[in-house]
Design a protein. Structure first.
Length: 413
């Protein structure tokens, strides 16, 4: 109210206050997009973003903001997680990976602060960060033969997921662009990123990317007959050539064969065997409490207690192979926490995500993006990655803002 009075009697003062607030919001958004790629500064970026949102009138905009399906989906999902604390014997002794789900809430202040005038700052900061990570990771992959990006404390899994996001965006832009040369450029960039992803060791994420691309090609070109078959044949040829040129990919295929052989012999202390075992225990746990699960924060404890006796203790030595902090599957993980209630909350979140993109005439991108998130979550807890869900939400906010009509500027009369 006081600010409104100042604006009424001193228009110049109101403009200065508004201008300072706008500049602070731009800096907070840009810093957040840069901090996404550096683990140490990300926590500071959260607080700065929240503060900028508050002084920008975030609480006054909140009721309008939750009209966005994705914002509502995130609030429902996180609200269900909080409710799960009521029936779980929660203790602060575990690794508490589940707390990372609440990072999704940053989408609300980020989207609220973003507008057409601030969008160039966000895009520039995001691209600078992505390109720095990409060039560093590409150098280490090609020259040093290393996976991931150790300089930015990014694991091979997170780097592969980042590459997957870039591939999907480039392929989507290439599929809708009407200028032939630019279309070819987008697809060329997508295949370069795919080449790098094949040289990471993340099998599940790579498969999710390839299947999402196949779905994109099918949905975009299925009605064009020969063009569809030609693009599909070209895509499969490129995939085959990249796979044959990647020693990392071929080694991972051999590892799968060895792991499968070990599992058939009853040895689960391998990468594949560990996943099969933990999924088995997780599905068993969900079947025991299908409605509400064991409560938020309880799945770690359940696994450690159950493997001692489950199936005569065939999994009891798994902690010696790897300490369990999650179930390597988004659906089993949330099902263990919250049962069917949590699974429905996750479905609602993904549905809301698609609905938001559909509202802004981005149905194709919505289908591909949700497909990627769903498939990636079948072999790992994709939504618990440190940066990836936030990066996806930032990308979503950017494309939403890009599609929004330009609002007329208010003039002082």
């Amino acid at each position: 109210m006081r600010e409104n009075r100042i604006s009424l009697f001193c228009p110049g003062e109101g403009i200065r206050v508004s201008g300072w607030r706008d500049m602070f919001a731009k800096c907070a958004l840009a810093f957040f997009c840069i901090a996404l790629w550096q683990k140490g500064s990300l926590s500071y970026a959260f607080f700065l973003l929240a503060f900028a949102w508050i002084i920008d009138g975030g609480f006054q905009k909140f009721s309008r903001l939750i009209e966005e399906p994705l914002a509502l989906g995130i609030l429902v999902f996180c609200g269900v997680l909080v409710l799960g604390l009521l029936w779980g014997d929660y203790s602060d002794t575990g690794q508490n990976k589940w707390k990372k789900y609440f990072i999704l809430l940053t989408f609300i202040p980020f989207l609220s602060l973003l507008n057409k005038e601030r969008l160039p700052w966000v895009i520039a900061a995001f691209l600078i960060g992505y390109l720095c990570v990409l060039l560093t990771g590409g150098y280490q992959c090609i020259v040093s033969g290393e996976s991931g990006v150790p300089f930015f404390e990014i694991s091979y899994l997170a780097f592969s997921a980042m590459l997957g996001i870039g591939i999907i965006l480039m392929a989507f832009l290439g599929s809708i662009c009407q200028v032939r040369k630019i279309t070819l450029l987008y697809w060329f960039i997508a295949f370069v990123l795919l080449f790098l992803q094949f040289h990471q060791s993340a099998r599940g994420l790579l498969l999710a990317t390839v299947l999402a691309l196949l779905l994109l090609i099918f949905l975009r070109y299925r009605s064009q007959g020969k063009i569809f078959l030609g693009i599909l044949a070209l895509f499969m040829t490129v995939i085959l050539l990249i796979a044959m040129s990647s020693n990392v990919f071929q080694e991972r295929l051999k590892l799968i064969e060895r792991d499968l052989s070990s599992v058939l012999q009853g040895n689960y202390m391998t990468s594949l065997g560990y996943r099969l075992a933990i999924w088995d225990v997780g599905v068993h746990g969900i079947a025991e409490r299908p409605l509400l699960g064991y409560g938020t924060g309880m799945p770690e404890i359940y696994f450690e207690e159950t493997i001692q006796t489950y199936k005569n203790g065939i999994y009891k030595n798994l902690p010696e192979f790897q300490k369990t902090s999650h179930y390597h599957n988004d659906w089993i993980e949330i099902g263990m926490h919250l049962g069917g209630l949590g699974i429905f909350a996750l479905i609602f979140l993904l549905w809301s995500w698609f609905q938001t993109l559909k509202i802004y005439q981005l149905s194709l991108l919505g289908v591909i993006l949700i497909c990627y998130v769903f498939l990636a979550g079948l072999t790992d807890t994709f939504l618990l990655y440190n940066r990836i869900p936030i990066i996806l939400l930032v990308v979503t906010a950017i494309v939403i803002c890009w599609q929004k009509p330009i609002e007329p500027k208010r003039t002082i009369s």
